[in-house]
Design a protein around this ligand. Structure first.
Ligand code: SF4
Length: 515
């Protein structure tokens, strides 16, 4: 089972909208490609399989900008992000994008990236953006690898008779290096959570039998420690035995995985919370956000609620308006915190802002709620995926709603078991939810679904706290979500080829970003 970190894969990265698969993932791939090349690129070409999800929406969802931002070594929050193609031109980097059927394409978000530097050195990588900003590099220059950006990687192509001596060299840094072959050629592969010394890198460079070397740094916090739990069942049991809330157990688990002290983890989480709260505020106040299809009306809804103009109003409506506000920022390409994805980035900030502002919870308590939310996403990612291209909207906004429900139970002082039951209930309610984004843009139905799930998080928590017994365990519920998602036809998994996306009125909608 894969190793999942709450900070690396669930609550974060801090990114630009509209979609973590299409901005955060490509950005990380671009960063790694730049590293592997070993020098700033002068030319780069990106190819997408004609039948892939990226082929349909790489431009509309800003993947082109994100790949280039990474290739230029810039931060995804760089204020020049919308102008990154011009920035590349200004820096002398010629970038092209194209559709091409390539045999390696085995994922809806597969991409083939070729980059060349001023020395003539080049690198060709097959990469996948697998959801929530997570990535996989499947091959480098035709050599099979498996890189997820969570550790340092060194790939040394060597003469066939020098494989053993090259492996010995790598063992100075990685105890268990491996080999990978293609067309009779061999490369030795070393990986480590710990950075190699400058002396070691120099030694590698000066080894004559190393024909070519490629080195990449991690693009996230290296999970250099131990996993404490394999599933939610184990976590609930441990939390019960040790008298911990779900949030406390989650943070202890993350500290063990990342090998970092609690104080550092809290600082990381606090930074993410700040980004979330800023995105709520901006989305409520800025009525000129450049969304493409929907009007940025969250502020109006929030105001109407405060004036008593809604039929019901209250916490659920305010949480919904806050969630929609973040999605307006996300839709306008603004800075948000993926939680667990960009398309579902509204729910968790809305729940946190509501707990802070409407219930007066302390910042410390809200951080504990964020950890509780995070561990629900952790459980989903371990057993399934955040990629709507693979399993539909249930693993994006459904996951965010489930995470939010656990956070509310944590806020109310409920047990770890109750928090997980509330999360399971949300998943059960959204089972089968399809991804049918209109015109390939993360706005319809994404903005209103985020609003609805922020509201549902409070409802599910109340039902559990009031005595509803969830009879299908969260781990099993997640397995069912995954299996249902994989049964969905490709038309309903982020390709805009089914559902709402095909409604005539949806297809006719004018886009504000086009003349
Ligand atoms: S419909 Fe759901 S899964 Fe699809 S883009 Fe929108 S938020 Fe993401």
């Amino acid at each position: 089972m894969k190793r999942v970190s709450i900070l690396n894969n669930v609550i974060g990265p801090v990114m630009r909208g509209p979609s973590s698969s299409h901005t955060a993932g490509p950005w990380r791939i671009g960063l790694i490609a730049r590293d592997l090349l070993g020098e700033p690129p002068t030319r780069a070409s990106l190819f997408f399989h004609p039948e892939s999800s990226l082929a349909v929406c790489y431009h509309d969802q800003g993947s082109d900008l994100a790949f280039v931002t990474g290739l230029l070594g810039r931060n995804l929050t760089d204020s020049k992000f919308p102008l990154m193609l011009e920035e590349a031109h200004r820096e002398g980097v010629a970038v092209t994008f194209g559709l091409k059927a390539f045999p390696e394409a085995d994922h809806p978000n597969s991409a083939l990236l070729e980059a060349t530097g001023p020395s003539g050195k080049s690198v060709r990588i097959h990469a996948r953006s697998v959801g929530g900003g997570s990535i996989e590099i499947a091959s480098v220059n035709g050599f099979s690898v498996f890189m997820t950006g969570d550790r340092y990687v060194m790939i040394l192509e060597t003469e066939p008779e020098k494989v053993q001596s090259t492996l010995s060299l790598l063992r100075k840094w990685d105890k268990n290096p491996s080999t990978t072959k293609r067309d009779g050629r061999t490369a030795c592969l070393g990986t480590s959570f710990f950075e190699p010394t400058k002396e070691f890198i120099e030694e590698v460079k000066n080894t004559p039998s190393v024909l070519s070397s490629h080195f990449a740094r991690p693009v996230m916090l290296p999970p250099c420690g131990k996993e404490t739990f394999l599933d939610i069942r184990e976590m609930i049991e441990a939390a019960g035995n040790e008298g911990l809330t779900l949030g406390e157990a989650a943070m202890a688990s993350e500290a063990s995985l990342l090998g970092l002290p609690g104080k550092e983890l809290q600082q990381e989480m606090d930074f993410r919370l700040s980004v979330m709260l800023e995105s709520v505020e901006r989305g409520l106040v800025d009525r000129n956000l450049k969304t493409k299809l929907v009007d940025p009306v969250a502020g109006d809804i929030y105001e109407a609620e405060s004036k008593g103009e809604l039929f019901l109003g209250g916490v659920h409506a305010r949480a919904a308006a806050r969630s929609m506000a973040v999605m307006h920022v996300n839709g306008a390409g603004g800075v948000v915190c993926s939680a667990p994805t960009g398309g579902s980035a509204g729910v968790i900030p809305a729940v946190m802002a509501t707990l802070l502002e409407d219930f007066g919870l302390s910042r410390e308590k809200v951080l504990s709620c964020l950890w509780a939310a995070g561990v629900i996403g952790w459980a989903l990612d371990k057993r399934s995926t955040f990629a709507a291209e693979v399993a539909g909207c249930q693993v994006e906004i459904g996951a965010a709603g489930a995470m939010g429900a656990a956070a509310v139970v944590e806020a109310a002082g409920g047990t770890a078991r109750q928090a997980c039951d509330a999360a399971a209930m949300v998943f059960q309610n959204v089972m089968g939810s399809v991804c049918d984004l209109v015109q390939g843009i993360v706005e319809i139905p994404c903005h209103s679904r985020n609003a609805a799930l922020a509201s549902q998080a409070f409802l599910a928590a109340d039902l559990i706290l009031g005595g509803y017994r969830n009879l299908v365990h969260l781990d099993e519920t997640i397995d069912a979500v995954d299996s249902v998602g994989r049964m969905l036809p490709a038309e309903l998994r982020c390709t805009s080829r089914g559902g709402l996306a095909l409604c005539p009125s949806a297809r006719r909608l004018p886009r504000r970003d086009l003349p």
